[in-house]
Design a protein around this ligand. Structure first.
Ligand code: FES
Length: 178
């Protein structure tokens, strides 16, 4: 059947056919077959590339954290954050929400904003000395990030800070430990 389909209409061998026919030898019924096969190949290759990319990102993150190579990133000038004030920022990546809180004149703390229960965003309640998670009434100590109440069992990862020339910098992330 396949051989029949590829016989040119005039019955002459392929070598006697015009150039355009030799360049496009696939018949219409086969064209659909080729398209499906190419599409499947495309899907498989794309999926493999995606998986490889995820492994590469995970490996890079692992190495960077292990070697303490997180970037130093400016958050804000000290003068712009009053005592009791808080500021949201992203660290180490654009999709890593964090919170910086000034708990005293010379004391700053920063933590990952994602609740360690189911990743809802915690909110600072400085007057109560805690970060509150409204999803399931969880809370964390404002100074240490340790869980105080509700379902969370792990502390919030702490963002390490440095102050240079009046500017607050994030310098790394310490994974939360119980
Ligand atoms: S997500 Fe925060 S307590 Fe459940």
């Amino acid at each position: 059947m396949r051989e029949q389909m590829t016989i040119p209409p005039d019955g002459k061998p392929m070598s006697d056919q015009p150039r355009w026919r030799r360049d496009f030898p696939i018949d219409w019924p086969e064209d659909q077959y080729v398209a499906r096969r190419d599409f499947t190949k495309f899907l498989v290759l794309t999926s493999l590339a995606f998986v490889a990319g995820q492994f590469w990102i995970a490996w890079q993150n692992f190495l960077r954290r292990r070697q303490g190579r997180l970037p130093v990133s400016a958050i804000m000038p000290v003068i712009d954050l009053p005592v009791g004030g808080a500021r949201a920022f992203s660290y180490p990546g654009q999709h890593d929400p964090c919170l910086l809180v000034r708990t005293a004149e010379d004391r700053f703390v920063a933590f990952d904003q994602r609740c360690t229960h189911l990743a809802c965003a915690v909110v600072p309640e400085v007057d109560k000395g805690r970060f509150f998670c409204p999803c399931h009434n969880g809370s964390f100590d404002l100074e240490t990030g340790r869980p105080l109440q509700g379902p969370p069992r792990r502390p919030l990862p702490r963002v390490t800070l440095e102050i240079r020339n009046g500017v607050i910098y994030a310098t790394g992330v310490e994974p939360g430990t119980v």
